[in-house]
Design a protein around this ligand. Structure first.
Ligand code: HEC
Ligand code: HEC
Ligand code: HEC
Ligand code: HEC
Ligand code: HEC
Ligand code: HEC
Length: 382
């Protein structure tokens, strides 16, 4: 979407800027040698750098390891997506690399998922991920992920406990705990249409449970990962339709580890989990036990005031139908979801929120209707 808007606004300039470096699309670009090494040798020196590597002035450097990498890559996931500098879209030759970890501090222009920059110093600023931070000192397993006293699925050796430990038995944690549909040479869908199996699904995200079906997270990818963003220039997230097990929805993806935090239809999950399942807290409706996610913003009360306003990429809502929607406004049917309030990787606020919760003060008359809680709770700032 972003690309088309840019071209629509100022075609000549945009083509000039993008032309030389090739456009930003989901498949990688640039010379093979930017990312692969044939002999792990250049002028007799070893090239592979992992475990703490990052881009420094156009070269992967600084890792404590040089072990074998899959696909003859010069570095690991963290290494290629980390930058010692401040850029969040790094250009190396004609390769265009989205950066998720700026090692020098929180960047001015983080991408849509936020940034891991502050997690090494403060566990609450994001997901603690292998290669970036140690396991969270306060949270022993994914909150909301406890079934009958046990952690989801496996009691240990699982990324439901921590994304910051080495798993055994062929399991993969770290970045791949979430990105397990990795396909850097995938085939992009037509512009403006949802990601699919051939492209590696939305941002290479997926659950690992084949019993949930072959599908995975869908969504429409902004071409520059929301480096530039506006009401009509942004990712489009898929909202979950009625069923809890809607694997195409972003919130359902988060619920793969944080199961209880996702509102459900019939209370079935909470029954099985032994949590409060009185009739009042079952199903989708007030009174809520937890803030709803994947729940349509109703056309009533203060919520009616948000329907029809400009879409705000800083408080995104999910669209239930990616075949027919208006990206520019909040429509009837659009849903509050996990990413309405949280960043996926990390942020500069506690609980990896999108905004500073301490500034959300009720009836402060601060004119904050475009931010945070007030975006939907329109009468709480007046
Ligand atoms: C040698 C460099 C390199 C390595 C190693 C690497 N990536 Fe990437 N990755 C890239 C580049 C370049 C892109 C941008 C592709 C594009 O233009 O959309 C990218 C894109 C991505 C994206 C965004 C996809 C999208 O749809 O925009 C994700 C997610 C990702 N990588 C995850 C990973 C994970 C997980 C690993 C480890 C298994 C990994 N990467 C390893 C270079 C790398
Ligand atoms: C900007 C980084 C980047 C560039 C440039 C790049 N690759 Fe890759 N390539 C990757 C990453 C990351 C993977 C990791 C595995 C995956 O995503 O499938 C990969 C995987 C592969 C694979 C194994 C998986 C598959 O899809 O077949 C082959 C083969 C491959 N690359 C060949 C090439 C060749 C040949 C070139 C040059 C024409 C090239 N690559 C350029 C990043 C890059
Ligand atoms: C807890 C799950 C999770 C983990 C762990 C995770 N990611 Fe992501 N990542 C996501 C989600 C969700 C998105 C899409 C964010 C959006 O569109 O708002 C994303 C987006 C991305 C993108 C696209 C840029 C952006 O900000 O949208 C890249 C590149 C990426 N991830 C790489 C990585 C790498 C490298 C790691 C490991 C250091 C990693 N991710 C760890 C969930 C995760
Ligand atoms: C693969 C499992 C997994 C997935 C998927 C996942 N998380 Fe997490 N999450 C964890 C674990 C483990 C923790 C606890 C350790 C930590 O903080 O990293 C956690 C912690 C958190 C925290 C608390 C952070 C803190 O330290 O205070 C938030 C907020 C969160 N996740 C939100 C999300 C959102 C939003 C998504 C979907 C984009 C998501 N998670 C997807 C495993 C996951
Ligand atoms: C309406 C905004 C909002 C939505 C939607 C939302 N969260 Fe949160 N979340 C918060 C806030 C605010 C906190 C901080 C703690 C608090 O106030 O309860 C938080 C805290 C968390 C924590 C940390 C809990 C702990 O024990 O420390 C996790 C994990 C989390 N959220 C995951 C999710 C997931 C997964 C979803 C979607 C299923 C989601 N959140 C949807 C606002 C939201
Ligand atoms: C993207 C829209 C959106 C955002 C942002 C949002 N909410 Fe909500 N909130 C909703 C919706 C929708 C409901 C459910 C309304 C219903 O039950 O009819 C809700 C319900 C609530 C309720 C319960 C209301 C009731 O009638 O039971 C509270 C309290 C609440 N939200 C607080 C917050 C706080 C605090 C924040 C910021 C951390 C926040 N919300 C952010 C959309 C949002």
């Amino acid at each position: 979407m972003g690309k088309h808007r840019i071209i629509g606004l100022c075609g000549v300039l945009a083509l000039f800027l993008l032309g030389g470096v090739s456009s930003v699309i989901a498949a990688v670009s640039g010379q093979c040698s930017n990312c692969h090494t044939m002999h792990n040798s250049q002028n007799n020196s070893s090239l592979v750098s992992v475990d703490g590597a990052k881009w420094v002035n156009g070269t992967i450097t600084g890792g404590s390891g040089s072990g074998v990498q899959r696909q003859l890559l010069v570095t690991d996931c963290v290494g290629c997506h980390s930058n010692a500098g401040t850029e969040t879209i790094l250009r190396v030759g004609s390769s265009v690399i989205p950066i998720v970890y700026n090692t020098g501090g929180y960047p001015d222009k983080p991408l849509a998922g936020g940034n891991f920059a502050l997690v090494p110093g403060d566990d609450s600023k994001g997901h603690n991920v292998l290669g970036i931070a140690n396991p969270d000192s306060k949270i022993a397993y994914a909150p909301g992920g406890k079934y009958n006293g046990e952690r989801i699925g496996c009691a240990s050796n699982s990324c439901h406990n921590s994304l910051a430990v080495v798993l055994t038995g062929g399991r993969e944690g770290g970045c791949k705990g979430c990105h397990n549909r990795v396909k850097h040479h995938g085939v992009d869908p037509a512009p403006g249409t949802p990601e699919n199996a051939a492209s590696g699904w939305y941002r290479f995200l997926g659950n690992h449970d084949i019993t949930l079906g072959g599908g995975s997270v869908v969504g429409i990818e902004d071409t520059d990962w929301e480096y530039t963003k506006s009401a009509t220039d942004h990712n489009v997230y898929r909202g979950g339709t009625a069923l809890y097990e809607d694997v195409e929805a972003m919130s359902r993806f988060c619920a793969g580890c944080h199961g209880l935090f996702h509102a459900n239809t019939a209370g079935a999950d909470e029954n099985a989990l032994g949590f409060d399942n009185s009739a009042a807290t079952d199903g989708m409706g007030s009174p809520w036990l937890r803030h709803p996610a994947d729940f349509a913003i109703p056309n009533k009360g203060e919520y009616a005031q948000v329907l029809g306003v400009d879409y705000n990429p800083d408080v995104p809502v999910a669209k239930p139908n990616l075949a027919s929607y208006d990206a520019g406004v909040v429509q009837l049917g659009d849903m509050v979801m996990c990413l309405s309030c949280h960043r996926a990787h990390g942020s500069n606020y506690s609980d990896m929120l999108r905004w500073d919760y301490t500034t959300m003060t009720a009836h402060g008359y601060a004119g904050d209707q475009t931010t945070g809680c007030f975006y939907c709770h329109r009468t709480k700032d007046t």
